[in-house]
Design a protein around this ligand. Structure first.
Ligand SMILES: *Cc1c(COP(=O)(O)O)cnc(C)c1O
Length: 369
């Protein structure tokens, strides 16, 4: 039996090779390798897809968050409400701008920020909320925005796992003052290196992010009018994204179909399944099991199935972020100990769903016995 990997971006690039290769060759033969025609086209098309005014391509999702925080003037003395059950890229930028993260526990069902606890955690120093649409499950954004408006808080959505996710017909990323995306190769929309974007409906935020990504250049190239970074999206990455964007909705539908099939085959009495939502895009399909680590090693050794954990050590348990853990986060800790991400990438999972589901059911019975 050959190993079933948890994710294999190379298989996606092989599948869409005919769309990707000519664009890459076009970039090689062109004259502009950074912020050229491919980037301009991607920014236009991705903004149109999401229904937002601006998309600004940058170097990574982490950089996108940093530039969005700076464009919204967040800094020293500002409290930023977010979650601990996420990638470091959500919260490390908060520290870079000298703001203070406030970790709010997640709802044990949605695994995303608990909106009741969020409201209770708001103080006079709170300035912004960074919700994470974890695993492609969209946060209840209308309710979150209502809370943010009532308290005068900015909202930056972390959509790194939620390309194409929707709430009530509107895309994740179209609700906040700004949103960030990552195009890391394994994401639902991924490139062949690092890549990211900030999207926003606010002209001023867009203008500031454009200057911040390129050395503070505003009206004229090579004239710095403020502090900036070198955080540009390159043409090769944008070429891949342009080839894949037209397939994003179909691709997400395949993920939903795989999730539906897992749900049909797995018994919710023995394993907790991820929450359902008609706008979810299943960046991951994570079950929870009490003896998760044993289940994981059994699947690997007996069934050649690779799984992953997102995230094993929540941020508030990591040395850098631990000083900011100001309240207990029981749901975050329980999920970090019990969640297990099954293969969901279509090129990996299609044709193997019943094999994986049977192996998971069998191994979880054994782990309980
Ligand atoms: C991947 C990811 C990031 C960081 O994106 P990079 O492009 O790797 O910097 C941030 N937040 C979440 C939720 C992610 O999954």
């Amino acid at each position: 039996m050959v190993l079933i990997p948890q994710a294999a971006p190379a298989l996606r690039f092989a599948r869409f090779r005919e769309a990707i290769e000519p664009r890459i060759l076009g970039v090689l033969g062109g004259s502009q390798y950074i912020l050229g025609a491919e980037v301009a086209r991607f920014e236009k098309d991705f903004a149109a897809y999401l229904g937002v005014r601006h998309c600004i391509g940058v170097n990574s999702g982490t950089d996108a968050m940093m530039l969005a925080l700076r464009a919204l003037d967040l800094g020293a003395g500002d409290e930023v409400l977010t979650v601990s059950l996420t990638a470091a890229g959500t919260v490390m930028p908060v520290l870079h701008v000298n703001a203070t993260p406030q970790f709010v526990d997640v709802d044990p069902r949605t695994r995303c920020i608990d909106l009741d606890l969020l409201e209770a955690a708001i103080t006079s120093r709170s300035r912004a909320i960074l919700p994470v649409h974890l695993h492609g499950f969209p946060v209840d954004m209308p309710r979150l925005i209502e809370i943010a408006h009532r308290h005068g808080l900015a909202v930056i959505e972390d959509c790194a796992q939620a390309h194409g996710a929707r709430v009530g017909g509107r895309f994740a990323g179209a609700f906040g003052d700004a949103a960030i995306f990552s195009f890391y190769p394994t994401k639902n929309l991924g490139c062949i290196g690092d890549g990211g974007a900030v999207v926003t409906n606010d002209d001023r935020v867009a203008e500031r992010v454009r200057a911040l990504r390129e050395l503070g250049w505003q009206d004229r190239r090579r004239i710095s009018s403020g502090l900036g970074y070198n955080s540009r999206l390159d043409e090769l990455q944008a070429a891949v994204l342009n080839a894949l964007l037209p397939h994003l909705d179909d691709y997400n539908r395949e993920r939903v179909a795989i999730a539906d099939e897992y749900r049909r085959l797995l018994d919710p009495a023995s394993l907790e399944l991820p929450p359902t939502h008609r706008g979810a895009v299943y960046h991951q399909f994570a079950v929870t099991a009490p003896m998760r680590d044993l289940l994981r090693s059994e699947l690997r050794s007996r069934a050649d199935i690779d799984t992953a954990v997102h995230y094993e050590i929540p941020l508030h348990r990591q040395p850098l972020f631990a000083p900011f853990a100001s309240r207990p986060l029981p749901a975050t800790e329980r999920l970090a100990e019990t969640m297990l991400s099954l293969p969901i990438q279509p090129e990996v999972a299609n044709g193997k769903i019943s094999y994986v589901a049977e192996a998971v059911a069998k191994a979880s019975r054994q782990c309980r016995a």
